[in-house]
Design a protein around this ligand. Structure first.
Ligand code: NAP
Length: 266
């Protein structure tokens, strides 16, 4: 497939790179502006031409849109006039289904629209996609592309997209934010952050092996309310809010209604 890449950032370049590795070819790149640095870097990388968004679709069977989420609809409309008949226009956002493409489909009913969200954090364009899962929407070709990249495709209804993406953000960004709290408290206690690595890894692995409820250990699971109170007394003021919220989530996971614990967390 000849591919046009619109939005040559981390995700766009990572997906385009994986497609190139699978035997496809990036022929054109459009960034925020034709002289944008990211567009230049991607064009050099893929040996592709740089185009304004309005003409980037010329000759492409796949137009990959990887701009920030709120620019996807406008970008798809801008690219409309250059699309080849039957081209697939596909975004990679997690929070959105096919709704941003409705205006495009009205003006160009002869093209296909789809979405392929790699359920993987892509901090750099070289992050591998194989082995990750992918939320897909649109024609069977989207599912085929996901499989070709070594990903496990699954469908998410458009009206569940925001919920699905919230889960994805919690699974990645919030876990990282939580580790930030671990690092701050470890520093304050004079303990190396690295000491927590086996603990975190085994808790995460166990959660996926047996499910979060069965994997839960610690004072909330045991009902050790005095220990929880001791933590809240010991940690700095500005760390208590997230500790309370997560201890409350752990309490919910136990399925119990422990009044003394709820009082300690109130
Ligand atoms: N990164 C991830 O972990 C990840 C994972 C899965 C899905 N996604 C999805 O991938 C999409 C892009 O996210 P990202 O993290 O890759 O962001 P990013 O690194 O900031 O890349 C966005 C790219 O789009 C360009 N751009 C911005 N507005 C544009 C416009 N109007 N027309 C053309 N290009 C435009 C930016 O140009 P400049 O370089 O000039 O700013 C940049 O190259 C989002 O839909 C996101 O939900 C991201």
């Amino acid at each position: 497939m000849d591919i046009a890449l619109v939005g040559p950032g981390r995700a766009g370049t990572a997906v385009a790179r994986a497609l190139v590795d699978a035997g496809h070819r990036v022929i054109s790149v459009a960034g925020r502006t034709p002289d944008a640095e990211s567009a230049q870097i991607a064009a050099d990388r893929f040996d592709a031409r740089i185009e304004p968004v309005q003409s980037v679709g010329r000759g492409a069977a796949l137009v990959l849109i990887a701009t920030p989420d709120d620019a996807i609809g406008a970008t798809a409309s801008a690219v409309a006039q250059s699309l080849e008949p039957d081209a697939l226009v596909m975004h990679v956002a997690g929070a959105l289904g096919l709704a941003p493409f409705l205006p495009l489909v009205e003006t160009r009913p002869d093209v296909q629209v789809g979405a392929l969200h790699p359920l993987q954090t892509l901090p750099t364009p070289d992050t591998p996609l194989a082995g990750a899962w992918a939320a897909v929407a649109g024609p069977p070709l989207v599912t085929e592309l996901a499989r070709e990249l070594g990903m496990h495709p699954f469908a998410v209804a458009d009206d569940h997209r925001a919920m699905y993406h919230a889960a994805a953000v919690i699974a990645s960004n919030h876990v990282v934010a939580l580790l930030g709290q671990v690092e701050r408290l470890a520093d304050a206690a004079g303990v190396p952050f690295a000491a927590f690595e086996p603990l975190t890894r085994s808790a995460v692995e166990h959660s996926f092996d047996v499910g979060p409820a069965a994997a839960l250990t610690g004072p909330v699971a045991r009902g050790d309310v005095a220990t929880v109170r001791g933590h809240l007394d010991a940690i700095p003021d500005d760390e208590r809010r997230s500790y309370r919220a997560l201890a409350d989530a752990a309490h919910r996971l136990t399925g119990r209604n422990d009044t003394s614990l709820r009082e300690a967390l109130a």
